[in-house]
Design a protein around this ligand. Structure first.
Ligand SMILES: [Zn+2]
Length: 300
């Protein structure tokens, strides 16, 4: 295995897609805004195979090649709450006017730049964007808690996958400006790299269940949370989430549904209704929601 010096000759095909940044702003709900606490019980159905890196690999007897191991606990397949929370937070950031992610250096050209006319805000000292207010920030606790998700019916098998040594997706344009939040498109992405790796993965069809708690959040925050959990069930607008490794290979697509939604203060709305309504709320980035629903995370 090794890198490719000449990217032009590499058969690697990227399925990365970018959602442009929106102008960030602090979130100040009205003083008397109603607050809600409760939980939503989730069912994640794997539409494709899924691999959650455990950091472990295993050399089979008489084997020549290491087999990377998907995460398990007590023999059961598991998606850690922290992994799932990261996926949901990234989606929440992309569809709202939240603060922008830190831009790392790319190659010898120095740090990437935010697009012209967009400057970041600093979430601290009692001033937070809607995403930091929900998910937490430095010196600020989170108002949501994600349980680990387990599967009772997962089937494991060893899958041969393309080595992930292709050219990295280009995060910046030719002026060094960041393109936005990175996602991977749903659907097949077939290409053949000359070197392969093996991984023990969870076969599609597996169902994971778990719970997300929320505490003292506004209706707008609840709507953003439900949207970002992939719970908009409106015909033609539903999405899948992508989680785990080998996303560029088409892996990790999960369809999320709410089995139970319990909320204080008599908010008589379903999780799906709230998710759908986020589009019309003040912090929503409508272009991003449309791009994600219509082009990027569309169920196949
Ligand atoms: Zn923030």
């Amino acid at each position: 295995m090794g890198g490719f010096d000449n990217f032009r000759s590499s058969p690697y095909v990227s399925s990365a897609a970018f959602v442009p940044f929106s102008k960030p702003d602090y979130y100040f709900p009205p003083q008397n805004a109603e607050r809600y606490s409760g939980y939503v019980d989730l069912k994640l159905t794997c539409c494709t195979d899924i691999y959650i890196g455990s950091g472990f690999s295993h050399m089979p007897e008489n084997g020549k090649q290491l087999v990377y191991q998907t995460m398990t606990y007590d023999g059961k397949a598991v998606i850690p709450g922290s992994s799932f929370k990261g996926v949901v937070r990234n989606l929440a950031s992309a569809v709202s006017n939240s603060c922008l992610p830190f831009l790392p250096r790319y190659g010898k050209d120095g740090p990437a730049k935010y697009p012209a006319g967009i400057s970041n805000i600093s979430c601290k000292d009692g001033k937070f964007c809607i995403v930091c207010d929900i998910f937490g920030a430095m010196s600020k606790g989170s108002k949501v808690m994600f349980s680990d998700m387990y599967s009772e019916n997962a089937i494991f098998y060893i899958k041969e996958l393309n080595a992930q040594y292709g050219p990295k997706p280009v995060y910046t344009d030719k002026h060094g400006t960041a393109k936005g939040y990175k996602f991977f498109m749903t659907g097949e992405n077939s290409y053949e790299m000359p070197s392969k790796i093996k991984a023990r993965v969870v076969k599609k069809g597996a169902v994971f269940t778990g719970r997300v708690h929320f505490k003292k959040i506004t209706e707008e925050e609840l709507a953003l949370l439900m949207f970002s959990l992939g719970l908009n069930d409106m015909e033609g607008q539903d999405i899948v989430l992508k989680i785990g490794g080998f996303k560029n290979e088409g892996m990790g697509e999960v369809k999320v549904s709410a089995c139970d939604f319990v909320c204080s203060n008599m908010l008589n709305k379903s999780a799906g209704e709230l998710a759908y309504q986020y589009y019309d709320m003040p912090t929503a980035n409508q272009d991003a929601i449309e791009k994600i629903s219509d082009e990027i995370l569309t169920p196949v």
